[in-house]
Design a protein around this ligand. Structure first.
Ligand code: HAM
Length: 424
């Protein structure tokens, strides 16, 4: 039977069995972000549509084709966030986070929404973790951002990752390069793919990262942006590369790396893996010194990255990098008869208040069924309590691994268990 209601195309349920992987990654992320002194930010799942149209750029694929945009009942246009950088900058401006002049270092772990064609590693609802540093133009901030991203992946044990690095220039030098690129590509314009022919007019730099063989061949010989960077961008890029070398983070300069969002200035980077086929980017980011101004605020420089958790989980699974996490229960308490069931329930509550993972039966099932459940749940201990046990004042506690059994006086039962099984 096919159910009438299923997850929408391009989305998926994360079932309880998969959650330990998510919790593990979130735990390591929060740990590492905290050590680098980033603090968490949460923003609404939907924002004013114009925030993204202006922030990400009207000619980008995200804005033109991929946004989940809707009118609310008052006729106002909202969009489910396709990314977090524009919302974070909006929050920074709205709450005057820059007033103290202190740097703002923020992180997030949150769902994003893009109406892309679903395929392996590409979803319509996906999760990003990311960091943003706002309030400084220093190249060291770019390097801190890259470092935290790479350190996290290293800590997980990921190998075969490549950091691709480029500078996309700034409002001074990029327009000059755009014109030059158009001049160099004009003779082959008709041979480029349809998308690239459009990009030629709207955003010629994006032609460089077209994945089509033919477009790549036609753009092989064009001058790289390096040759056109202004002095400031050149020196910034040089310093970023020098600092990365100093902290021993290998990188590969990639003159085709331009990124799919328009807000970047100077540094742009991606971390890719060999394990993912065509959707090979686990992480992407860069500097966005004009974004705050673009969305109506003062010019506040910023730099950050975001990375896809679903893609990361696929890579981790392939490499067998997740730690074993058997679902575990400290104790399954079985009560037979009304009085015993009541004792079992009260005792379970007491144990849980003392940090033990404890389960009981809700349905007055048979002893056999409850034992089967205790086994299925991988309980460390079980105790079977009936009228006799209550009368004798002694509870048999069974260690499931060895079958060993000990009788514990009922009045000290909870205390004994907490002492021997409990965790702080
Ligand atoms: P982005 O490159 O669009 O950058 O996305 C970052 C990462 O999110 C990608 O490298 C990929 O791992 C993941 N991702 C993107 N789209 C999908 C999808 N449809 N399905 C699964 N995973 C996906 C940004 O979003 C920028 N806000 C990054 C940034 C932060 N730049 C500066 N600060």
């Amino acid at each position: 039977m096919t159910l009438q209601f299923q997850t929408p195309r391009g989305t998926k349920d994360i079932l309880p069995g998969e959650m330990p992987k998510w919790h593990y990654l979130e735990h390591v992320l929060r740990d590492i972000f905290t050590k680098y002194n980033f603090r968490e930010i949460r923003t609404p799942v939907f924002e004013d549509t114009d925030l993204f149209a202006r922030g990400i750029g009207g000619t980008t694929d995200i804005v033109q084709k991929e946004m989940y945009t809707f009118l609310d009942k008052g006729g106002k246009s909202y969009t489910l966030r396709p990314e977090m950088t524009a919302p974070v900058v909006r929050a920074y401006l709205q709450h005057h986070l820059g007033q103290t002049k202190a740097l703002q270092k923020m992180y997030y772990i949150a769902p994003m929404f893009r109406q892309e064609r679903p395929q392996a590693g590409r979803f319509r609802q996906f999760h990003q973790y990311g960091v943003e540093i706002m309030g400084t133009q220093a190249p060291l901030a770019d390097v801190e951002i890259i470092t935290v991203g790479v350190e996290f992946l290293r800590r997980l044990g990921l190998k075969d990752i490549h950091l691709k690095l480029n500078s996309v220039g700034c409002l001074v030098c990029r327009p000059v390069y755009k014109l030059e690129l158009q001049n160099q590509l004009r003779p082959v314009l008709e041979q480029l793919c349809g998308d690239c022919r459009n990009r030629f007019h709207t955003n010629p730099l994006r032609i460089l990262d077209c994945k089509k063989e033919n477009c790549r061949a036609l753009t092989e010989e064009v001058d790289p942006i390096d040759n056109y960077l202004c002095d400031e961008c050149k020196s910034h890029f040089g310093e970023v590369k020098a600092l990365l070398t100093e902290v021993k983070i290998p990188f590969e300069p990639d003159k085709r790396l331009v990124r799919g969002l328009d807000y970047y200035t100077k540094t742009a980077f991606e971390i890719i893996t060999d394990q993912l086929g065509s959707q090979d980017a686990i992480c992407g980011g860069g500097r966005y010194d004009m974004l705050a101004k673009e969305i109506g605020g003062d010019a506040v420089p910023g730099v950050g990255f975001a990375a896809g958790l679903e893609r990361l989980i696929t890579v981790m699974d392939k490499a067998g990098l997740f730690p074993e996490t058997d679902p575990h229960l400290d104790l399954y308490l079985i009560g037979l008869g009304d009085a015993a069931r009541s004792w079992v329930y009260r005792t379970a509550m007491q144990l849980r208040r003392n940090n033990l993972i404890c389960e009981i039966d809700y349905q007055q099932r048979s002893l056999k069924a409850q034992m089967r459940e205790a086994n299925r749940l991988n309980a460390g201990f079980t105790a079977i309590v009936g009228e006799n046990e209550l009368k004798n004042g002694s509870i048999p506690l069974k260690k499931m691994e060895t079958g060993e059994q000990s009788d514990i006086p009922i009045e000290v039962f909870a205390g004994e268990i907490i002492k021997s099984v409990g965790r702080s």
